[in-house]
Write a protein that binds this ligand. Structure first.
Ligand SMILES: NC(=O)C1=CN([C@@H]2O[C@H](COP(=O)(O)OP(=O)(O)OC[C@H]3O[C@@H](n4cnc5c(N)ncnc54)[C@H](O)[C@@H]3O)[C@@H](O)[C@H]2O)C=CC1
Ligand SMILES: O=C(O)[C@@H]1CCC=N1
Length: 273
């Protein structure tokens, strides 16, 4: 099976790298194109056998599954490029959330899916959010999920929940990293602990917490309860957090959804007949 990638920026490169390192794909099975060639050349130097296509049409015409890994407003140009090259049997996968299944099905005759990855997939971890178009068969789903399960846990979501699920799964690593960075800044400033020590502890804590919440079977509520000794230190901290957090998470969801709606309006314009 040949798998194509249009766009080898941050996420396209992460996916190619993770698929090869996990053993899901051999470099010889991959064909890729990118607007600027140096990034692509770097990938091909790392993975001899990976084919650099001369343009998007060559990728589209030589792959059974084609991942489109460009930014939302760059999609229309790519779709116009590949429109005449795709066949009904191919599967085109968008990795971006605001481009809707209907936009792609209206322009391309092939099978359409969205698979929203996460930077965590680069550690062969985290989720991939799967949304399937009307032409995708049961066998196609199995093929897609078999491939992405080498680097992530496939989770099927409703298209109406694309934003909130990718807020948690794909933006989440940046939000959590921000939270830890602020905490470590305060720790360094107030206690003199070395930044590298505090950062290492935070990373190990995050990894262990993730394991408890997945394979350990803990719920968030149970985890808090088990750590909190009655009358102890954690209780003081949780009480402060709960009194001060306000509606910051409601605001967070509002801003990500507002930006998403803005993008959808722009994409609707680009894809209007
Ligand atoms: N960065 C992340 O953690 C995640 C990103 N995504 C989605 O992945 C998509 C790509 O994001 P990044 O990789 O971070 O962006 P990026 O800007 O690093 O990569 C986009 C790549 O597409 C190439 N490109 C643009 N137009 C092209 C065209 N017409 N033909 C060929 N190549 C073209 C650019 O040269 C660039 O290398 C976005 O839509 C984003 O929403 C989804 C989940 C997580
Ligand atoms: O920042 C972004 O737009 C993308 C979407 C999910 C993660 N990164």
């Amino acid at each position: 099976m040949k798998v194509g990638f249009i766009g080898t920026g941050t996420m396209g490169s992460i996916l190619i790298d993770a698929f090869i390192r996990s053993g899901a794909l051999e470099p010889q099975q991959i064909v890729a194109s990118n607007r600027t060639k140096p990034k692509l050349q770097q990938l091909s130097n790392c993975y001899p056998g990976l084919k650099i296509a001369c343009d998007n049409i060559e990728v589209a015409s030589s792959s059974q599954i084609l991942f489109i890994c460009v930014k939302p407003l760059e999609f229309k140009k790519v779709i116009d490029d590949i429109r005449s090259a795709v066949t009904n049997e191919q599967i085109v996968i968008s990795i971006t959330s605001p481009v809707q299944i209907k936009h792609l099905e209206s322009r391309l005759s092939c099978k359409i899916a969205k698979v929203i990855p996460s930077i965590t997939n680069s550690a062969r971890s985290g989720a991939s959010l799967c949304i399937y178009g009307s032409r995708i068969t049961r066998e196609d789903r199995l093929l897609i999920e078999q491939l992405i399960s080498h680097i992530s846990t496939p989770i099927v979501v409703r298209e109406t929940h694309t934003r909130i699920t990718s807020d948690i799964s794909s933006c989440g690593p940046a939000f959590l990293a921000f939270f830890l960075e602020k905490w470590i800044d305060a720790a360094v400033e107030m206690t003199g602990i070395e930044r590298s020590s505090a950062s290492f502890l935070a990373a190990e804590m995050l990894l262990g917490t993730g394991k408890l919440l997945t394979e350990g079977g803990y719920s968030l509520e149970e985890l808090q309860r088990r750590v909190t000794v009655p009358g102890g230190i954690t209780a003081e901290g949780l009480s402060l957090l709960s009194n001060n957090i306000g509606d910051v998470f409601h605001q967070l969801i509002r801003v990500t959804h507002d930006k998403y709606e803005e993008d959808i309006v722009k994409i609707n314009d680009l894809f209007s007949p």
